[in-house]
Design a protein around this ligand. Structure first.
Ligand code: NAP
Length: 325
């Protein structure tokens, strides 16, 4: 599991507030949405805290980000994430490391229950993001950590001069495949359709890279090996022909699942598990609970839309506190 540099999962920082101290807002999740909510909450003078599980979110695991405004040169997801955290802290919103396991309503008060402590708060912003979806083929689980990975930044270097397969046809698959070209002898992107979903610019970069190969209309049927991954079994979805391709690393980028199980009993979710929230305020069906970033039902999931949500959620939380307390 990824952990932010120098931090121990579950450890709280020196900024802990004593239990029972009522907060204005607890932000659950330290990704772009959570950090931006923290920045805006801090600047609005709200007593706030970001509670993060320290596992590192999607931005933290992204090798490069080149479409976040203001960064003309690509920046690593880890660096951008750290800058956002520093900025929230600068304006008075600390980060505490804890695994939030539930939220309970006690009248107007919300009790955010972590493993280490319970936070009493007037409002909550859920910014827990989304996690990599599993492909669900034979060998995937068996070889996880022995060739199968969901994080190119974390594991790419293990496959120096070895053949790599990337599964998926979206922005993540192609961006991370490009990153993996630094290491692999050859990187093959296996996509189930004829057309890629990734944005045009990323497709262009992929097509220009000599080490990157596209295998379209193809699915990974199974991942095989003895101790570690040695090959994948591929199926052409048009001809149904089965072939085998040598591979040491198989990186899965087949979309995301929202991290919403924490509130599934409390808040309205859509059929895919995303939190339903008002687009103008990010407020959920529970007054005083807001949802920001990739965990929210929305059409465009980007770092820039997550930060936008974070700002909207914090300002809406501020208004809620003013009007209801
Ligand atoms: P995504 O856009 O949902 O793409 C997932 C890909 O996996 C699709 O190509 C999909 O195929 C394929 N797929 C899904 N289930 C599959 C299965 N069972 N078997 C085989 N293939 C399967 O996910 P993402 O790439 O993780 O991106 C998530 C969001 O973040 C998107 O909105 C994306 O634009 C954004 N993002 C943006 C950037 C950037 O702007 N730089 C970088 C990363 C992510 P189909 O195409 O056939 O559905």
């Amino acid at each position: 599991m990824k952990t932010r540099k120098g931090e121990v999962k579950g450890r709280t920082t020196a900024f802990c507030r004593p239990m029972g101290d009522m907060l204005d807002v607890v932000i659950v999740g330290g990704g772009p949405a959570g950090f931006t909510a923290g920045l805006y909450a801090g600047r609005a003078g709200l007593k706030s805290v970001i509670v993060d599980n320290g596992a590192g979110g999607q931005l933290f695991g992204s090798s490069i980000v080149e479409n976040y405004p203001g960064f003309v040169e690509p920046i690593s997801g880890q660096s951008l994430s750290q800058l956002m955290q520093d900025q929230a802290l600068k304006f008075g919103c600390p980060v505490e490391y804890d695994q939030v396991e539930g939220i309970v309503l006690d009248g107007k008060v919300k009790l955010v229950k972590g493993i280490n402590k319970t936070y009493n708060t007037k409002t909550v912003i859920i910014a827990t993001g989304a996690s990599a979806r599993k492909l669900g083929v034979p060998g995937e689980q068996e070889f996880q950590g022995r060739g199968v990975s969901y994080c190119a930044t974390c594991d790419g270097a293990f496959f120096k001069d070895k053949p790599i397969i990337v599964v998926g046809g979206g922005d993540s698959a192609l961006e991370e495949a490009l990153f993996l070209c630094r290491y692999g002898s050859k990187v093959t992107v296996v996509h189930r359709r004829q057309h890629l979903r990734a944005t045009f610019h990323i497709q262009e970069l992929a097509r220009k890279n000599d080490k990157l190969f596209l295998q379209l209309n193809t699915v990974v049927d199974a991942i095989e090996g003895t101790d570690v991954v040695e090959r994948v079994r591929l199926k052409d979805v048009v001809s149904e022909e089965i072939t085998y391709q040598e591979a040491a690393g198989v990186f899965m980028y087949v979309g995301q699942e929202p991290n919403s199980s924490l509130v599934k009993e409390l808040i309205t979710l859509d059929e895919y598990g995303y939190i339903v929230a008002d687009a103008d305020t990010t407020q959920t069906n529970v007054p005083g609970i807001f949802a920001a970033g990739d965990v929210r039902q929305k059409t465009l999931r980007q770092v820039v839309t997550a930060t936008s949500d974070g700002a909207i959620a914090a300002m809406a939380a501020s208004r809620y506190v003013e009007q209801n307390w």
